[in-house]
Design a protein around this ligand. Structure first.
Ligand code: SER
Length: 303
């Protein structure tokens, strides 16, 4: 599977289900002053998640460029990236949990032919503010997952956003792929970092707005924000073990090997050079291109 085929399949699948395609926004957030970069698919949609009408309707699909510097120290492992593409489908006050989960399941299992036994999902276990998400668990089971494939976690794992101090957020259900490794302990599950479970997609049920005082209010409408990591799903569909084996990285690694010739460089370091090079190329190539400087985005670029 090539990256382009996958982007196309994803967009077509959701267009057939009433979504309109929206182009990727800039890496410099236009609609969200709370972040320096577009770290997630949701930033360009903030006004619409808050209730403003989107000119293209209330079901949208996109492939959004993202820069997530929060993961920078994990880069060099098999799956974490600072720059990545996020495949997203959006409901702005239209469908909610049942339809969203059912479409994700259908895309993964029927369209991409991922065996359902390879999936594990997590749902929000609930707390004093927001109840346990039994509804999402039920929808996963109605679609064909068994109870043993569903895990309940708290805010650390199953609550998304906001990235900045305020804004739309909510509980999510996350979809993981089992890479087939042995469990690292009897408690090994999707929240474990041993590499057995790789997160491929999350469906955020954006129903809340976090206020500056830390409290939550209900949004005017119930939204769905999903995000699937293009590089990760491509790795899985091609039977690779890490993102650097995909066509998105092979040419970069080949060029790096040509440059360093016989000099020894640990694999992790090579991966970091490739990943950061790709990230800064996208930052520099962005429409609102950013140049290295001492502050804000330019400082992150330099670092
Ligand atoms: N679904 C997004 C994410 O995972 C939020 O926009 O980052």
């Amino acid at each position: 599977m090539k990256a382009d085929e996958l982007r196309k399949m994803y967009v077509e699948f959701f267009c057939e289900r009433g979504h309109k395609e929206v182009a990727s926004a800039s890496l410099l957030p236009e609609n969200d002053p709370t972040v320096l970069f577009t770290t997630a698919g949701m930033h360009p949609f903030v006004p619409y998640l808050l209730g403003e009408k989107h000119p293209q309707g209330n079901r949208l699909v996109d492939v959004q460029k993202c820069v997530r510097t929060g993961d920078i120290d994990e880069v060099g492992d098999d799956t974490h990236l600072t720059f990545f593409e996020m495949l997203g489908n959006w409901s702005l006050g239209d469908y909610f949990k049942r339809e969203s989960i059912s479409m994700s399941y259908e895309f993964l299992v029927t369209k991409l032919n991922i065996p359902k036994e390879k999936l594990a999902v997590t749902v929000f276990e609930g707390d004093d503010i927001v109840p346990r998400d039994e509804e999402s668990a039920k929808v996963w089971m109605d679609n064909g997952l068994s109870e043993s494939q569903i895990y309940y976690y708290g805010r650390e794992d199953n609550w998304w956003g906001p990235s900045g101090k305020t804004g739309p957020c909510g509980p999510d259900t996350e979809i993981f792929y089992d890479m087939g490794k042995e469990k690292c302990s009897p408690n090994c599950g999707p929240s474990c970092n041993c590499g057995k479970y790789v997160e491929i997609w999350n469906n955020v049920f954006m129903q809340y707005n976090k206020q500056i005082d830390g409290s939550y209010t209900e949004l005017k409408q119930k939204n769905v924000d999903t995000g699937m990591g293009l590089e990760r799903i491509l790795t899985i569909l091609n039977g690779y073990t890490n993102v650097y084996e995909t066509e998105l990285f092979v040419p970069v690694m080949t060029r790096l090997n040509e440059i360093i010739k016989d000099r020894k460089m640990p694999l992790r370091e090579k991966r970091i050079v490739c990943e950061h090079t790709r990230a800064i190329c996208f930052i520099l190539g962005d429409d609102k291109h950013i140049i290295p400087s001492n502050n804000e985005q330019g400082y992150r670029w330099r670092r």
